[in-house]
Design a protein. Structure first.
Length: 70
């Protein structure tokens, strides 16, 4: 059994929560868990990108919510 090493707790998101990485959304995927220390999301691997991926946008499709440029 692997012990948990995270310092902050993670929480399960509401249904249909997505994250987009980079200014041009080079990686988009479904959020698995989220917390103060970060988030985990699943995405389909495509071609490698050297673009800036220092920002992330969060979308909640259920209530048409968009949190931009984190």
């Amino acid at each position: 059994m692997i012990s948990e090493r995270r310092r902050q707790p993670r929480f399960l998101p509401v249904e249909n929560s997505f994250a987009a990485l980079g200014a041009s959304y080079s990686k988009v995927g479904k959020i698995k868990d989220i917390g103060l220390g970060g988030l985990g999301f699943e995405y389909i691997v495509g071609e490698a990108s050297n673009k800036d991926q220092t920002r992330i946008d969060i979308f909640l499709s259920r209530n048409a919510f968009h949190l931009a440029n984190l």
